[in-house]
Each structure stands twice: as structure tokens, then as C-alpha cells.
Design a protein around this ligand. Structure first.
Ligand code: ARG
Length: 231
């Protein structure tokens, strides 16, 4: 199969939203870092291209794929709606939404979420659950998940719905004040993260999947999980 034209210039430009630890965050040097960034750099190495990461708002990523950037890696969940506009690589991580609550909150079941003030990151699956699936929710959408968490601390929202690993990181910043609860207890479904690729670029999907498979078999993937996620 022919190589993707997207790689012809020797550069893979990658959109992310570095507000989602441990998958992507701004490192001490001001550059995006995290599991996803290390993973896409490892993929670039296998493909023999230089990786350039562009940090942007999560909500603008899907529309930027194939125009402003070649691909996106951003802890992005594969959804049917996104598949209307982009293709996805094989998935590389299983996630689920978590509910961050103040210690002592009485919210414990899906029914308890009804009518509540819920903070989410704009355009995420947590946003879709809160906005579409929870009756009478008053949803506050933030560009940064951490801003939603700060408003939870300030009492402006009753809970925050966000992916498992960022929920654990954010809640741990407020130990004794916040707790992160597995969304499975609220009936939330498992989600799969994958790299988003311009729709129809089958060559790029195949190249990225081949690199990902190599990274999984040669041990690099497990090393990255240990370095960034299970530390
Ligand atoms: N997994 C969720 C989604 O796809 C949230 C991803 C947020 N990622 C980020 N880098 N801010 O909607």
C-alpha cells in the first residue's frame, strides 16, 4: 500500500489539547508532554517522520484534522458522531467517565445526578452524557477540565464528569476535599481512545496502526503506561 501523502513532507503535525493529565499537559518547559505525546512521538519514530504538536482547544480538534493538523491524539473517545467526520486508528486505551464529588456528597446513583449542576469540558463525552443523558442537568461547559474542578471547589457546580485518569489526577490535587467515583456506578459505558485521522486516508490509518502494533509488541507501549499512567 502507498504511503500517505500527509507524511510526504517528513512531518506529522498533531493536534492535542494539553489540559488532560496524564495523557497530555503542558510540561515544565512549556511544551506539551504526557502519555499521548510520548506515544505519537514513538509512532513518528517508527514512521521516520518528525512529530510537531499543536496545542489547541479540545472542541476545535475534530474540525482541524486534515486542515490545520494531520492527525489528533487527545485521549479522544471513538464515537459514531466523530466517525462521520474523521477515521480512527485502532484503539490504544480503555477509559470510562468518572464523577468527581465533594467529600460527603449525597450523589451516589444516576438518579441523584438529575437536576444537578454539572461541570464538564466542552465538547467531550462527559459533556455529551451530562447534556444529553441526564434529565434536567444544569451543565457548565469549560474549555479546561481543571476550571470545572475549581468551580466544584468553589461550590458553583455539584460534580464534574470527566474521564477516569484526569479525574484521579484532578481529585488528588484536592485530597480530603474531593473524591473521584467510577462512572460505571452511574451506568456510564466504557470508552476507547484512538488517534483521529482525516476521513478516507486509509494509507495513514494503516501506517499508524502498523506502528502502534510494533510499539505494543516491542514493549514500548507498556513502558509508556508505566512512566505516565501507573506511576
Ligand atoms: N475522552 C473524552 C472525549 O473524547 C475527553 C477527551 C479530552 N481530551 C483532552 N485532551 N482534553 O471526549
Amino acid at each position: 500500500e502507498a504511503a500517505s501523502e500527509a507524511l510526504a513532507d517528513g512531518i506529522l503535525t498533531v493536534g492535542t489539547n494539553a489540559e488532560f493529565p496524564p495523557f497530555e499537559y503542558v510540561g515544565d518547559d512549556g511544551e506539551p508532554d504526557g502519555f499521548d505525546i510520548a506515544l505519537i512521538k514513538a509512532i513518528g519514530e517508527k514512521l521516520g517522520v518528525e512529530v510537531q504538536v499543536e496545542n489547541m482547544e479540545f472542541d476545535s480538534l475534530v474540525a482541524s484534522i486534515g486542515s490545520k493538523v494531520d492527525v489528533s491524539i487527545a485521549g479522544m473517545t471513538v464515537t459514531e458522531e466523530r466517525q462521520q467526520s474523521v477515521d480512527f486508528s485502532d484503539s490504544y486505551y480503555e477509559a470510562v467517565q468518572y464523577v468527581i464529588l465533594p467529600e460527603g456528597s449525597e450523589i451516589a446513583t444516576a438518579a441523584d445526578l438529575e437536576g444537578k449542576a454539572i461541570g464538564v469540558q466542552l465538547g467531550t463525552t462527559g459533556d455529551f452524557i451530562a447534556s444529553d443523558d441526564i434529565a434536567d442537568a444544569q451543565v457548565s461547559q469549560y474549555n479546561k477540565g481543571m476550571d470545572a474542578v475549581n468551580d466544584l471547589i468553589n461550590g458553583k457546580v455539584d460534580c464534574v464528569i470527566i474521564d477516569k485518569n484526569p479525574a484521579l489526577v484532578f481529585a488528588s490535587k484536592f485530597e480530603g476535599q474531593l473524591t473521584a467515583v467510577d462512572g460505571a456506578e452511574f451506568g456510564f459505558e466504557p470508552e476507547e481512545y484512538a488517534i483521529a485521522i482525516p476521513k478516507g486516508d486509509a494509507a495513514l490509518v494503516a501506517q499508524i496502526n502498523a506502528a502502534l502494533a510494533e510499539i505494543k509488541t516491542d514493549g514500548t507501549f507498556d513502558e509508556l503506561v508505566e512512566t505516565y499512567i501507573e506511576n
